[in-house]
Ligand binder design. Structure first.
Ligand code: ARG
Length: 461
């Protein structure tokens, strides 16, 4: 058997070099190397603990694996293509270091349960990292929101001016989305954190292993109850990609708003130089590249979710090599989500400024107080639908006359309906329009202040 050959003596010739390259995953699963080492150390300890190997052998394996880790960190060990995958690479290097005892490591284990273990350990860590990024993002949203309780911004439905809002209320909507993302990831993690180690190739093993022992060493919450399921389940990956996709949906919606807001048509925000780029030809331009990239990168995360679903849909039990295709999508999604959360956090923290004067002007130049006129009448006994029709009429005539509701004379109001009094002007002022929406979860200032306190408590716990 040559050095290179990993397979049993059933094989007579080596792989075609192109097929070896096609088959290999080392170029990307190297990302898992530290988790592979940690998983192998737990496995070695378990083998010794159960008497499958001697305590000395267990010790040698654990120490040897630690040396592989150090060599990797110091870049002395840089496995190449001949290793096929990270699992073979580590085992081979281990055997070079500790000698023949290294060949005992793979007792009672398969790469199938091994790779499942590694991927879960990786994802469990990364989920916690992403949750920290989410917290940072929430913190900056909250910081800005707290400064803008009384800053008004037009609120839209159908991208048509609808009713004015507290800017804080608008930002807190994104805070809430991020809060669900944060909670969702915790929930996903409860199904990521299940140990497949010891499921073997598919059927378990003839050795008296202790799966609960390795699970405990690796801080898994539980073990897979069925070995076939354990080695072939990728629900956890799909769930993660789904949660990642939702994070991207939220970031992308915010991005779209920032892009709109920074346009000449809206002028609600100014982009600072540190987070905007110019055009190579049009000197007047300042482009919102950051939110555009975030919006654009959303597509790749959705793509990875779709790919994973398709990979799984026709797979017969148990492991199939198709499953090697899970990793790049997971890694890329993790990296993309982290990069986008970081970029959006920086953009919000220092890259954009709300143009408060422009916003204040914006909320006075439209008919977004029309509902409040209807509410005014309804609160004074006019049935709402009747009030609604009356106001529709006055909006129409005002528009034709090039006037806004605030420009109407009291007599004009009273011609429309006798219950109108001088307090109609206050009732339709933007500040009052916002302030009055004091129903739970609404944009009224008192509600928003309460929501900010709750949000702050939430993230500091
Ligand atoms: N590199 C493989 C993967 O990522 C490891 C598992 C290989 N198992 C096998 N039966 N060929 O899925």
């Amino acid at each position: 058997m040559t050095e290179k050959q990993t397979w049993s003596q059933r094989f007579e010739s080596a792989l075609h070099p192109a097929i070896a390259r096609f088959n290999a995953s080392i170029s990307f699963d190297i990302e898992l190397i530290e988790y592979d080492i940690t998983g192998s150390q737990a496995h070695a300890k378990m083998l010794a603990h159960t008497g499958i190997i001697s305590p000395e052998e267990g010790e040698q394996l654990v120490t040897g694996l630690e040396q592989v880790r150090q060599e990797y960190r110091q870049r002395k060990f840089q496995p190449g293509i001949d290793a096929e995958d990270v699992h073979f690479a580590v085992e081979k290097r281990l055997t070079e270091i500790v000698g023949d005892v290294g060949k005992k490591l793979h007792t009672a284990r398969s790469r199938n349960d091994q790779v499942g273990t590694d991927t879960r350990l990786y994802l469990r860590d990364q989920i916690q990292h992403i949750r920290q990024y989410l917290r940072e993002f929430q913190t900056v949203l909250l910081d800005i929101a707290e400064q803008h309780v009384e800053t008004l911004i037009p609120g839209y439905t159908h991208l048509q001016r609808a009713q004015p809002l507290s800017l804080a209320h608008h930002l807190l909507a994104y805070f809430q989305m991020a809060q669900r993302d944060w909670e969702r990831l915790e929930d996903v993690c409860s199904r990521v954190n299940i140990s497949p180690l010891g499921c073997g190739a598919l059927a378990g093993t003839t050795f008296p292993i202790d799966r609960h022992y390795t699970a405990e060493l690796l801080k898994f919450d539980r073990v897979y109850a069925n070995s076939l399921d354990g080695v072939s389940d990728r629900d956890f990956a799909i769930e993660f990609l789904c949660a990642a996709s939702l994070i991207m949906v939220h970031l992308s919606r915010l991005s779209e708003e920032v892009i709109l807001w920074s346009s000449e048509e809206f002028r609600f925000v100014t982009l600072k130089d540190s987070c905007a780029t110019g055009s190579s030809i049009m000197p007047q331009k300042k482009n919102p590249d950051v939110p555009e990239l975030v919006r654009g990168k959303t597509g790749r995360v959705f793509g990875h979710l779709q790919a994973m679903l398709v990979i799984m849909k026709g797979l017969p039990l148990a492991y199939n090599k198709d499953l090697q295709e899970d990793k790049e999508g997971i890694f890329d999604s993790v990296n993309t989500v982290k990069a986008c959360l970081e970029a959006m956090t920086i953009l919000l923290r220092e890259g954009l400024e709300f143009r408060t004067q422009r916003l204040a002007a914006a909320v006075t130049e439209d008919f977004s107080n029309a509902t409040d006129v209807a509410d005014y009448l309804a609160a004074r006994g006019v049935p709402f639908r009747e009030a609604y029709n009356l106001v529709g009429k006055v909006v129409k005539t005002s528009m034709a006359a090039g006037k806004l509701l605030k420009d109407l004379q009291l007599e004009e109001w009273q011609q429309l309906h006798p219950v109108f009094a001088a307090d109609i002007y206050e009732a339709i002022s933007p500040r009052q329009v916002v302030s009055a929406r004091n129903s739970y979860g609404g944009t009224g200032f008192a509600q928003v202040r309460q929501a900010l306190v709750t949000a702050r408590t939430n993230i500091s716990n």
